[in-house]
Ligand binder design. Structure first.
Ligand code: 5GP
Length: 203
């Protein structure tokens, strides 16, 4: 049976705080793209810790599951003999891609499990933003993407991320085993959730 881990809001807050110093030192993000729904709360908390005196708050843009996925679609669809991957993150929510060109962008999600989502997000974002940069004449600096997750599961991954990203632009606040993590925003009884989070800490 897969072990269950309960993470409180307080834990999430402190995990964001722990990583913020490293993100500021190494990457200095100018914009965050939060992958929904798990990336939204961490991105908002992180923003408070990334705020620099005299500088504006870092904007957060949200992307979520595409309508197709929300309705229960699958990521891979066979049409005749042709296998197509259906877009499952809706990047249209980002609006004008011009805003992303030349920026240092932090992609935020709650957990890197099989890495499928992050691989997809990075590939699609890099492709779309580069196409817009080229359309604008190619003079703007390339957009740089980095990743922040609260938890990275130490397990064989299905997805891959570029080596240079893993070396210096991938920040996981905590590395855990192949456990199931219960996040507080999923709880229907937050008092019981917090109790279970405390019990685990006391043993
Ligand atoms: P992936 O396998 O693509 O890395 O993760 C896909 C999604 O599955 C994550 O964004 C997250 O929503 C969900 N997920 C994976 N592992 C966990 C987990 O341990 N706890 C929760 N709550 N969600 C998870």
């Amino acid at each position: 049976m897969v072990d269950k881990v309960y993470v409180s809001y307080n834990d999430v807050h402190k995990l964001c705080q722990r990583s913020a110093a490293r993100l500021l030192a190494d990457f200095q993000p100018q914009l965050m793209i939060a992958i929904g729904g798990g990336g939204y709360v961490p991105a908002r908390i992180l923003r408070s810790f990334l705020k620099q005196p005299g500088s504006p708050n870092i904007p957060i843009q949200a992307i979520g599951l595409s309508l197709y996925e929300s309705l229960g679609g699958t990521q891979v669809e066979a049409i005749g003999t042709k296998v197509t991957r259906t877009q499952w993150l809706d990047l249209t929510a980002l609006g004008e891609m011009e805003n992303l060109v030349g920026k240092r962008i932090l992609i935020v999600d709650e957990v890197d499990d099989t890495r499928t989502t992050l691989e997809y997000a990075v590939k699609e974002l890099e492709k779309d933003v580069e196409a817009v940069r080229q359309k604008l004449g190619g003079d703007a600096p390339k957009t740089q993407f980095s990743i922040f997750v609260l938890h990275n599961k130490d397990k064989p991954k299905k997805g891959t991320l570029p080596d240079d990203m893993m070396a210096s632009r991938f920040e996981a606040a905590e590395t855990v085993g192949d456990v199931w993590i219960n996040y507080p925003w999923e709880a229907t009884d937050i008092d019981e959730h917090d109790r279970l989070a405390r019990v685990a800490k006391s043993v």
